[in-house]
Design a protein around this ligand. Structure first.
Ligand code: F6P
Length: 342
């Protein structure tokens, strides 16, 4: 059944071609290996007794561990053994985790969301793991949170693994975005698309429209124009999808175009958005940009934002270039807080 090269073969070739350093190649191979273990747990769900909220008591009367916590531990345990990293940061942990003092340290920092879209897990819908690789600063003292606060443009690689009907892996190390399918027989990720390309234009958008009453005026205006279809200013009909799982949503956008949005809104005026800059938005932005798409806050490029904290949030408009530009156009006369400029 295997037609394309495996992930390992593809990366080894990229290394031979001078496109990726050997230790970064290994970081991607090992992260993908950890993702396979996560997929094993996700796919066995209730059989492994890992579904449900933390604190939930299972049928044996034992307290369950939440799958977010289990998947976080899988990545940490696996990656710590590789000696390829100087530290890790995860959406599941308040602070970063420097590599153990008594172990050799690698040149990279790994940032991840171990189980994105986890509210979908109990209803057997797609979830995924998102990761981003940053350069570690050259220093002898242990890594601290501030070392991770680098804009997305500094990422040397990013990827996500989608646990859907098939397990898909998408990676980028700055020279396109590449897509693999996990072959369940050989348990290898097999290359299926060496250079993904997001169509520049689209007639499909993704947003949680139940939040409509909280949106700022530019977002209200933009969606209203999409909804009026052929009769409105856009002169064409739009389709809408919302899976509530960013990995599944971005995979769809990579495959057939579209715009994925999670705008800043009035529910929590102090917060810059819902999605996390470092664990979700930056890695997805790198993958999309390398596939000819774009990623914006509505006011500027996501990857240029200087993070202030590990868990910063950000507004997201991501996908087909022309559509993201349209969305940005609506935001031009407004501040990030949604106030019309004088
Ligand atoms: O941040 C986690 C996440 O589940 C994303 O994967 C997804 O796009 C979004 O939140 C869904 O949010 P909501 O539950 O508001 O639709």
């Amino acid at each position: 059944m295997q037609t394309g090269p495996s992930l390992k073969e593809f990366l080894a070739q990229a290394h031979d071609d001078g496109l990726i350093p050997g230790d970064l190649e290994q970081v991607l191979v090992e992260t993908a290996a950890a993702c396979k273990v996560i997929g094993y747990n996700v796919q066995r769900g209730g059989l492994l007794d890992v579904l449900g909220a933390e604190g939930h008591v299972n049928v044996q009367g034992e307290e369950q561990k939440k799958l977010d916590v289990i998947t976080n531990d899988i990545l940490i345990d696996h990656m710590q053994k590789t000696n390829l990293l100087a530290g890790m940061a995860s959406e599941e942990m308040e602070d970063c985790l420097p590599s153990p003092e008594d172990q050799p340290k690698g040149r990279y920092l790994l940032v991840f969301d171990p189980l994105d879209g986890s509210s979908n897990i109990d209803i057997n819908m797609s979830v995924g793991t998102i990761f981003s690789v940053l350069p570690a600063p050259k220093k002898t003292t242990p890594i601290v949170n501030e070392d991770f606060l680098q804009p997305g443009t500094e990422q040397v690689a990013a990827g996500f693994c989608l646990f859907g009907p098939a397990t898909m892996l998408v990676i980028s190390f700055g020279n396109g975005s590449h897509c693999f399918t996990l072959d369940p027989d050989s348990e290898q990720f097999i290359l299926i698309d060496t250079k993904m390309e997001v169509p520049k234009e689209t007639q499909e958008y993704a947003v949680n429209s139940s939040n409509q009453r909280h949106w700022h005026p530019p977002m209200q205006n933009y969606i209203e124009d999409l909804l009026t279809g052929v009769d409105g200013p856009r002169g064409k009909n739009f389709n809408m999808r919302w899976i509530a799982s960013m990995v599944a949503e971005i995979y769809r956008v990579l495959s057939r175009g579209g715009i994925f949005m999670y705008p800043r809104d009035e529910r929590n005026p102090g917060s810059k958005g819902r999605l996390r800059l470092m664990y979700e938005a930056n890695p997805m932005a790198m993958i999309l940009e390398n596939a000819g798409g774009s990623a914006s806050t509505g006011h500027g490029r996501i990857m240029e934002i200087q993070p202030e904290g590990l868990h910063d949030r950000v507004a997201c408009f991501m996908g087909s270039v022309k559509e993201v530009e349209f969305a940005e156009g609506y935001h031009k006369g407004y501040s990030e807080e949604g106030v019309a400029k004088a």
